[in-house]
Design a protein around this ligand. Sequence first.
Ligand SMILES: [Zn+2]
Length: 209
Amino acid sequence: MILIGTMNLTRTRDSGQFYCPGCRSNQEFRLRARRPFLTLYFIPVVPIGGAELFVVCSNCREKWDPTVLQVDPKGSEQVQRDQFCDEALKSAILVVLHDGFISETEIDALIRIGNHLLGQPIDREVLGEMCSIAEQNQIRASNYVTTVAKRWSPDQKREALQAMFLAATAEGTLDDSQIKLLTAMKQTLELDDRTYQAAIDEALQWEHV
Ligand SMILES: [Zn+2]
């Protein structure tokens, strides 16, 4: 009797560093090729199909499609996040600039907002520069948000609204024009009443984070 069977042979074709979307950081990878073989007495003799390629992260052990190796090494998610943080902070600055003036209290609030968005302390000088650029450009907050919000996820829209709300309330109370501005933002960001209210309730907890 002849013993015939099949088995998959997996070989490493390449290795190096890649940005793992699972770990959200750079990790070692192995590019693996799996190919089915016909076996004779348990020895692989003839390949019976094409090789299937996949990438394995040496840290989380997750498997990824080889196209993962083409992802920007800095990580496309991180790039998108950085861009969002920048845009959300600019939106908050423009909300503060709505009355044409930034007070010391408002700068402190913007620093707290920046710290919260970035997850790390924002440089006072960087913030000051952003404020003066915004002041010179004279782009209205609602126009700016209308443009950039198209790229934001629903969660990011909520987060940006929270940043703008905290910026608007930095001086304590909201005046009529600020209330109008925030209502316009709610519409621009397509947030329903419940989401809007929940986002604001949550924003009030930011200070304690
Ligand atoms: Zn990983």
